[in-house]
Design a protein around this ligand. Sequence first.
Ligand code: G3H
Ligand code: 13P
Ligand code: ZN
Length: 307
Amino acid sequence: MPLVSLIDMYKPANEQHYAIGQFNVNNLEFIQATLEAAEEMKSPIILAASTSAIKYAGFDYLVNIVRTGASKMTAPVALHLDHGATIDDAKKCIDGGFTSVMIDASHESFEENIRITKEVVKMAHPKNIAVEAELGRLGGIEDNVSVSEKEAILTDPDQAVEFVKQTGCDALAVAVGTSHGAYKFKGEARLAFDRIEIIKKRVKIPLVLHGASGVGQELLDKAQKYGAKLPGAKGVPDEAYKRAIALGINKINIDTDLRLSWIGAVREIIATKPEEFDPRKVLGPAREAVKKVVMGKMKLFDSAGKG
Ligand code: G3H
Ligand code: 13P
Ligand code: ZN
């Protein structure tokens, strides 16, 4: 079927308390892996492209490969701009076939974040395209941070209420202790679940968990067995997804876990089959590894069977 608006996907997820996975894609194999996983799991899926992914793959290539894949599927697929930095980034995607955009002006002042997000909502909503915005600063909450330091990082509930009211955004990315990449926590994994609960009770709209990769031991072991160097890598434990979803998270962003599974599979082939030089024999198993991770997340997020 054609690409689906994330506005329409959010509604049942919010009502039935599950999360739709956002999976970042850069190339043909990642798009195939993620879409095959969705179809097999009968799960809705969000394919996301960052501005650097768009630059890498080319806007038209990316949109058209995703469209082609989705057209053959029964599970619903949304195409989302991840961390759009400017109104122009968002406009290009709104005009070019995306069904959801993120405008990330979280580094600006509160007022400027509202102004920029409002502009994007004004462009997107007449086309039924969803808008995600971000409030707060993604980053770990270490044991020794003071209350004021913690408050400077986490999303402020009063601001969240005001922000959603003024902008009319469809989903809000909240800072609750996670961060992007493979090194999320120095000590124990620590998420501010209470903050998710308080914000959700007050804003009601879907909340988004960024920096949510699990960086699981199995992925690390395989990549490191074949030469990857990832000392101290740590992610979000599986149990945390369930709890975060129960409290109001309806979209969970995964990029790093896909990258880790991909590099583990590529490294394995290169290390164990030095005679191999057919790219399909390297990228094929890597595509399978990515697909397996996506299927696992769909079960954990409880989106399996909802598509
Ligand atoms: O949130 C960031 C995503 O992991 C995308 O990263 O800009 O390297 O594509 P990227
Ligand atoms: P990870 O780096 O944890 O996969 O997070 C990805 C993300 O939040 C993309 O927006
Ligand atoms: Zn993110």
